[in-house]
Design a protein around this ligand. Sequence first.
Ligand code: HEC
Ligand code: HEC
Length: 181
Amino acid sequence: MRRKMTGISILLITTALATVALADHGHREHHGHRRTKAAPTTAIPAEELARYREECGSCHLAYPPGLLPARSWTRLMGGLDDHFGQNAELDDATRLELTQWLEARAAETGSHPRSAKALRSAGADTPLRISELPYILRKHHELRDEVFTRPEVLSRANCAACHRTAEEWVFDEDSARIPPR
Ligand code: HEC
Ligand code: HEC
């Protein structure tokens, strides 16, 4: 009888601890959510955002400038004729204007809540992909590779397939869902 009681006590204590752990996790999530609640897009004049989306958002999400270093945007914008196997060329004036616009909002400027982490993750490299930053890869390490090959996803670069708030440049666990197979 004594032994049995001890067993139940341990069970109760374990349950209590698990509840505390869950509450703590919930708290952290809530905190994280609050941090990114103000969409980073709202800090940008609407017409500038519309222009960027028009030029760079027709084939894929108009990616947040704040998730790559300025040198990455410079290099990317210098090679639009062979842009990940596609021709995304712009006239010179538009290209120069957009290049400056992207550089002025790059990770160094902290324009996105995750800029500092993206910048640190890039290290001394000049990455051309946000999807392959070690920081971003790490954030998805619990997802199996198979998930990124599903018909609605097809690519790690297809943020909007899973992040419902990707257009607002808000990427958090709460608004991410994985499309069915
Ligand atoms: C003609 C279509 C097209 C246009 C227009 C275009 N892109 Fe892309 N872009 C692509 C393709 C294709 C990829 C590779 C996508 C993939 O791997 O799934 C890509 C990938 C990218 C990536 C890397 C995504 C990642 O994190 O893996 C960035 C950054 C990017 N584009 C920026 C731009 C910018 C800035 C512009 C505007 C100047 C632009 N793109 C215009 C087709 C385009
Ligand atoms: C196949 C669906 C899918 C794609 C594609 C995807 N994500 Fe995610 N992402 C998720 C899920 C699910 C999570 C939550 C992961 C977890 O909780 O372990 C997540 C988490 C994240 C996080 C961390 C969120 C947090 O609360 O800390 C960031 C940042 C992020 N994604 C950014 C991106 C970006 C940027 C892209 C595109 C370049 C992208 N994701 C593409 C599904 C996806």
